[in-house]
Design a protein around this ligand. Structure first.
Ligand code: NAP
Length: 351
């Protein structure tokens, strides 16, 4: 194999695609050969992603001019990849799609959660859900990997030990609130994202019916349990970051020390999941603020003694562990490289 594989990014003018390019520029085994944008074709990438000034001289190309590569990343809005997947599969041996197009196994879920049938349901079975903490071995063997919803990543990682170790009372379900920054919505503006409307918000935008609910329920089923997830999403005045606050109930007889043991066992050896639960200090629980630009997911919990309610917390940078960072982690696994390659940045403090 040559020193570096050739990778292309479709939808590279977007926030997730730009973050992916930033990471790949420092990746020792990857050369990015093409980055696509229709609106910005033939302009320098750093005009759109100014943090990359002086780091790349690439110009965007139209997707129509895409050339074969070893690895293709697709960062289009929902629906874009499912329509073109046959074409993309002819251009690269391995693909990671960041959108929701291949996350759900059951085609009927696309009708229920995304409002229309999947354009290529026969492809759903060929994709592995790209959350390494749950699907590491499958990802290693995979040719095609889907991204994971950012809110789903924060929520699933927060609650997974409780299901993996059978501690949650699944029948009582999961109630979860996610607080999210504006970059989750992508780089196209709208009335709701106009600065005077978006600045300083604490705005409920999906009190019910958030699409990532389907992914979280699907992930829980991997443990053998079935639980209904009640997800609410609130926009807050951040650019990056997700904080998931999930409420569950523990099964009768489960003690706090069992919960500790479950989190430690589940995440022992995980390179990007940290358990954050301190008695003192400012950062006692997971907080997205200090995760900007890093691939860490911080998780923690608190048990409400008598009631057996447990509050499970998960924090990530939505563009990193929620999108581009996990995509690079998955690529590393698919290529047989060290899983952490190119993902060493620990974030900033203070920020
Ligand atoms: N933002 C996040 O936090 C996040 C997290 C996890 C997953 N994701 C997923 O990742 C994907 C990209 O998200 P994003 O936030 O980067 O979105 P974004 O900022 O809106 O970027 C979308 C990209 O797709 C291109 N595009 C849009 N419509 C197109 C069309 N009809 N044909 C061809 N190209 C088109 C845009 O190119 P032009 O320059 O030509 O418009 C742009 O490069 C989405 O599916 C999203 O759900 C995002």
């Amino acid at each position: 194999m040559p020193d570096k594989i050739k990778a292309a990014i479709v939808g590279g003018s977007g926030y997730a695609g730009g973050e992916l390019f930033r990471l790949l520029l420092d990746h020792p085994h990857v050369e990015v050969t093409q980055v696509t944008s229709e609106r910005n074709a033939a302009t320098f990438v750093h005009f759109t992603h100014p943090n990359l000034r002086g780091r790349t001289s690439l110009q965007f190309v139209s997707a129509a001019d895409l050339e074969p590569a070893d690895f293709l990343f697709v960062g289009l809005p929902h629906g874009g990849a499912m329509e073109r997947i046959d074409q993309y599969a002819g251009m690269a041996e391995r693909i990671i799609d960041l959108s929701a197009d291949f996350r759900l196994r059951n085609p009927d879920d696309y009708v229920r959660w995304y409002g229309k049938p999947h354009a290529n349901p026969e492809w759903l079975g060929k994709f592995v859900y790209g959350l390494p903490e749950l699907y590491r071995e499958e990802i290693r063997q995979a040719q095609y990997v889907s991204g994971v919803g950012c809110n789903a990543s924060a929520t699933t990682l927060a609650i997974w030990p409780l299901f993996a170790e059978g501690l949650a009372d699944a029948a009582r379900g999961v109630v979860c609130e996610v607080k999210v920054g504006s970059s989750e919505g992508g780089n196209k503006s709208s009335d709701a994202t106009h600065h005077p409307e978006r600045a300083r918000v604490m705005r409920s935008f999906a009190p019910t019916g958030h699409r990532h609910t389907a992914e979280i329920e699907q992930a829980i089923r991997l443990s053998g349990a079935q639980a209904t997830v009640h997800l609410s999403a609130t926009a807050i005045d951040n650019v990056r970051g997700v904080l998931a606050t999930a409420h569950l109930f523990l099964r009768e007889g489960v003690e706090e020390r069992d919960v500790y043991r479950a989190y430690r066992k589940t995440y022992r050896g995980e390179p990007f999941v940290r358990i954050v639960k301190e008695r003192t200090g400012v950062y006692r629980y997971p907080e997205p603020k200090i995760l900007s630009g890093s691939n860490y997911a911080d998780v923690g919990f608190e048990v409400d003694g008598e009631s057996r309610r447990i509050v499970a917390l998960g924090a990530i940078d939505n563009l990193m562990k929620g999108a581009a960072g996990t995509a690079v982690q998955c690529m590393n696994l698919m290529m047989g490289w060290d899983e952490t390659t190119g993902l060493g940045f620990p974030g900033l403090h203070p920020i």
